[in-house]
Design a protein around this ligand. Structure first.
Ligand code: PEP
Ligand code: MG
Length: 581
């Protein structure tokens, strides 16, 4: 049994199918006669043509066509194929090194991909995989060689694909009717293959250590996307147990999707808003598909993490407008840049801090880079000016004291005034909120309540800063306890202050979409949750099956417990009692 990180839940029972890559390193350079160099370049150009045609064909596949998110991945591949820098680099190297096209393409792709793979930010690591994906396609079309050892079409059985890593092209070229599960030895949660697996609803694990050494082709395996494990060669009793699990999981899923379009209301008629967290306009598809009540957190960092130049005011406002217009009247909370911590931007040059989580991050950085920050503020105001009244709110991350909030509000009002002066349509009043993700903000909630319209509890950071546990450090991950009594006390205080001052309070960290904590959060008085949109149906199903009055009674004793272990154990019991898996 091997452990991994769940990126898409569910169960799969089937035969292992190992996909082993032919490494790019395998292409030994060979010298080409100068008279042949132009022919090599022509082979490269033809390979680009062919690759372009193949991707255009993929874009016509129903499983790709039906999802904007997936089509975008392949559109990005087309952009890479047409990248003039890549073409220039390959042709130049063929000419100057007098080398064959395959070895040159292989080395250019390796260089490009290594550059991105070695950057600490997972978003960039995801780009490395895309480059590899496109590179292998071009290479295959230069060489007319197969890059995989075996074709999946050899079998008609359902399979669990095991691979060191998987590219989006490889994933979509697998027959979806036979693909039961995916286990990857490497991978990151934000990689495109992970996004794809999630949107295709295929149970998947990443970071399964030792997988490719232990997995044997055509042996039987069970992938448990709830416990985060893959069991290789299970005995018959485990197979029977998991067959039953799979059946009841399918039944639960069927019930969940039956109520997808129903309102998110508890049995005693309490409305719980379920909103979505997004990172880029293409995520809106999933927001709509999962009937989210709006966007509770638009993380706007992405536009700064993947670019070589700062985005302009118009580029940003176009981006925000596209989200707003697709959502029609649903509300959108746009968070200002939260770069820093684990989000490294090479534009900002923030990669070398000793304590990045406690360092130059979010509004701290934004205020030091006033021009960049104000460009974003103007873009948000502009987009809000085109939207319905109050549809757009602005959210400031990492606020740690009142003066900081007053300064960012001062900048916002200054920009707003100058835009009104210039005759640009902007709202006269925009709703302002802060992330409550630093204990000082939670403790001073009463004071903050006089200065803002809403609070958004960022439990990911609130846990990190309350318990002094780096959220990205696996060595201390056992101390990262969302149900620690200290965290619960802070959340409960923020909710109390919100109610007393008529301030909306939502929670938008990973806790919001985690079925283990839904009851706890409702018991603490939270009435708005924002999460990855794909998690909404499950949370909605829980909400429709519970009553707030009943939860209040069940949760009260939990609040007096001393340790997170005790709280988790009691929550587990309550969850099982009301049928939450
Ligand atoms: C949080 O801290 O809970 C949060 C939602 O923000 P991020 O994960 O972007 O820091
Ligand atoms: Mg945060």
């Amino acid at each position: 049994m091997l452990k991994g990180l769940v990126i898409s839940p569910g169960f799969a029972l089937g035969r292992v199918h190992c996909l082993r890559h032919i490494q790019l390193e395998n292409f030994e350079a060979s010298t080409v006669d100068p008279t042949e160099l132009e022919n090599e370049i022509q082979r490269f150009r033809s390979a680009l043509e062919l690759s372009r045609a193949e991707i255009n064909q993929l874009l016509e596949l129903p499983q790709i066509k039906s999802s904007l998110e997936i089509s975008n991945i392949f559109q990005a591949h087309l952009t890479l194929i047409d990248d003039p820098d890549l073409q220039k680099e390959v042709t130049q190297r063929i000419r100057t090194l007098s080398q064959d096209v395959q070895s040159v393409v292989s080395s250019v792709i390796k260089d490009y991909s290594n550059f991105f793979r070695n950057l600490p930010d997972p978003q960039f690591q995801g780009k490395a995989i895309d480059i590899m994906d496109v590179g292998k396609r071009i290479l295959k079309n230069c060489s007319k060689r197969q890059t995989r050892q075996k074709d999946l079409h050899d079998t008609s059985e359902g399979i669990i694909v095991c691979a060191e890593d998987l590219t989006p092209s490889e994933l979509v070229s697998l027959d979806p009717s036979r693909l039961l599960g995916i286990a990857i030895e490497q991978g990151t949660p934000t990689s495109h293959a992970s996004i794809l697996a999630r949107s295709m609803g295929i149970p998947a694990l990443i970071q399964v250590e030792g997988l490719m050494q232990k997995a044997q082709d055509w042996s039987f395996a069970i992938l448990d996307g709830n416990a985060g494990q893959i069991i290789l060669n299970p005995d018959s009793s485990l197979r029977e147990k998991y067959s039953r699990e799979l059946e009841s999981y399918k039944e639960r899923q069927r019930r969940i999707f039956e109520v997808l379009a129903e309102p998110s209301i508890t049995r005693d008629n309490v409305r719980i808003l379920l909103k979505a967290n997004i990172g880029q306009p293409s995520d809106v598809d999933s927001v709509i598909k999962n009937y989210a009540d709006g966007v509770g957190l638009y993380r706007t960092e992405f536009a700064y993490l993947t670019r070589r130049t700062f985005p302009t005011e118009n580029e940003l406002s176009d981006c925000y407008n596209s989200v707003i217009s697709k959502l029609e009247n649903r509300s959108v909370v746009i968070r200002t840049i939260d770069i820093g911590g684990d989000k490294i931007s090479h534009l900002m040059g923030n990669s070398l801090e000793r304590n990045p989580e406690l360092g130059w991050r979010a509004v701290r950085m934004a205020m030091d880079c006033e021009e960049i920050f104000c460009t974003q503020l103007r873009a948000i105001l502009k987009a809000a000016g085109n939207a319905a009244n109050n549809q757009v709110s602005i959210l400031f991350p990492m606020i740690s004291n009142i003066s900081e909030l007053r300064k960012v509000k001062g900048l916002l009002f200054r920009e707003q005034e100058s835009m009104i002066h210039a005759g640009i349509p902007v709202p006269e009043r925009i709703r302002i909120g802060i992330m409550i993700e630093i204990p000082s903000a939670a403790l001073l909630a009463e004071k903050f309540a006089r200065e803002v319209d809403f609070f958004s509890i960022g439990s990911n950071d609130l846990v990190q800063y309350t318990l002094a546990v780096d959220r990205t450090n696996s060595k201390v991950s056992h101390l990262y306890q969302p149900a620690n009594p200290a965290v619960i006390k802070l959340i409960s205080e923020v909710v109390r202050v919100g109610r007393a001052n008529n301030i909306e309070v939502s929670l938008c960290g990973e806790m919001a979409g985690d079925s283990r904590y839904v009851i706890l959060l409702l018991g603490l008085g939270i009435r708005e949750l924002s999460m990855n949109a794909v998690l909404i149906p499950n949370v909605k199903q829980i909400i429709r099956n519970v009553s707030c009055a009943e939860i209040d009674q069940l949760i009260e004793p939990v609040l007096n417990l001393d340790t997170s272990e005790e709280i988790e154990a009691v929550l587990g019991k309550i969850n099982r009692k009301i049928g939450i898996q």
